[in-house]
Ligand binder design. Structure first.
Ligand SMILES: Cc1cc2nc3c(=O)[nH]c(=O)nc-3n(C[C@H](O)[C@H](O)[C@H](O)COP(=O)(O)O)c2cc1C
Ligand code: SF4
Ligand code: SF4
Length: 247
């Protein structure tokens, strides 16, 4: 049985995970809720977004505890620039003596869109192009044609520095009067950084910058630095309520 471990805040990684499951079978597990080490699987395919030329905190943290004998394949998806994330995760897995076989990258729509807007036509074109790439990656895995990433120029320090500042993003979130206190953001935050206190949504200091709350609030009531931009992103090919679930 293949274990498809994923993290996703806006559905791109979930979409890739589901495509893999459709073609290869296996169980999909949401990393923040997964306490295992992958030893129950014959192969682990880990699907993750790229964050700051690296990985979300959850993905970074799960690597050292994965079973050393189980074959590991990593699929990273990104909005614009890989910046060596593929090479560094390969190295990081090697440093942790994991049985890493390959790292693939797939361009998907950008979701770090706090300060700019991606035109709809470009999002749709990216999603269309991604399908071809996803199928190619799955064919490579099935046929055992593994891709080992090449050394890159970007320093790993860039990622580690940015990662150490992610908690600051939570300080710049607030809610507008459109908030209906439905509690959705409270329940989807992967680090319990959001709470409802005295009828107000409060952001604490444990944010890991996933932007799940920002994009998935049904009223677009979470805003960044006091500016209410209209655009939010959720992958239109997934059922939104499945983001964060095991499937
Ligand atoms: C905190 C953060 C940092 C990001 N950093 C990068 C990056 O360095 N390079 C890039 O191309 N995309 C970056 N992105 C965009 C995501 O990798 C991309 O949109 C991904 O497909 C989102 O996957 P998801 O929908 O499964 O969460 C970043 C997104 C977030 C939230
Ligand atoms: S998801 Fe949006 S509407 Fe619901 S409580 Fe959070 S901010 Fe308010
Ligand atoms: S507060 Fe929002 S952006 Fe920060 S970790 Fe929670 S859901 Fe993600």
């Amino acid at each position: 049985m293949i274990g498809i471990l994923y993290f996703s805040s806006t559905g791109n990684s979930l979409y890739i995970a589901q495509k893999i499951q459709d073609q290869m079978g296996g169980q999909i597990k949401y990393i923040p809720n997964y306490n295992g080490n992958g030893s129950e699987f014959e192969k682990i395919i880990l699907v993750t977004p790229i964050y700051s030329y690296g990985m979300p905190t959850f993905v970074y943290d799960i690597i050292p505890r994965l079973n050393k004998a189980t074959e590991l394949i990593i699929i990273q998806n990104y909005g614009g620039m890989v910046g060596g994330a593929d090479y560094y995760i390969y190295q990081y897995a090697k440093e942790n003596e994991l049985n890493i076989k390959a790292v693939y990258t797939i361009k998907m729509p950008e979701n770090f869109t706090l300060t700019f807007t991606v035109p709809k036509f470009y999002v749709n074109r990216t999603l269309k192009n991604a399908d071809k790439r996803i199928n190619n990656v799955i064919n490579s895995i099935v046929s055992g044609y593994y891709k080992i990433p090449k050394k890159c120029k970007t320093k790993r320090d860039t990622y580690l520095k940015n990662k150490s500042n992610w908690h600051l993003i939570g300080e710049d979130f607030s809610t507008t009067q459109d908030c209906i206190k439905c509690g959705k953001c409270v329940s989807i935050c992967p680090v319990n950084n959001i709470s409802l206190q005295n009828e107000k949504i409060v952001f604490s200091n444990k944010c890991v910058a996933c932007l799940g709350c920002y994009h998935r609030c049904p009223l677009k009531a979470i805003i960044y630095k006091g500016k209410n931009k209209k655009d939010r992103y959720i992958n239109s090919n997934v059922i939104e309520s499945n983001i964060g679930r095991d499937l």
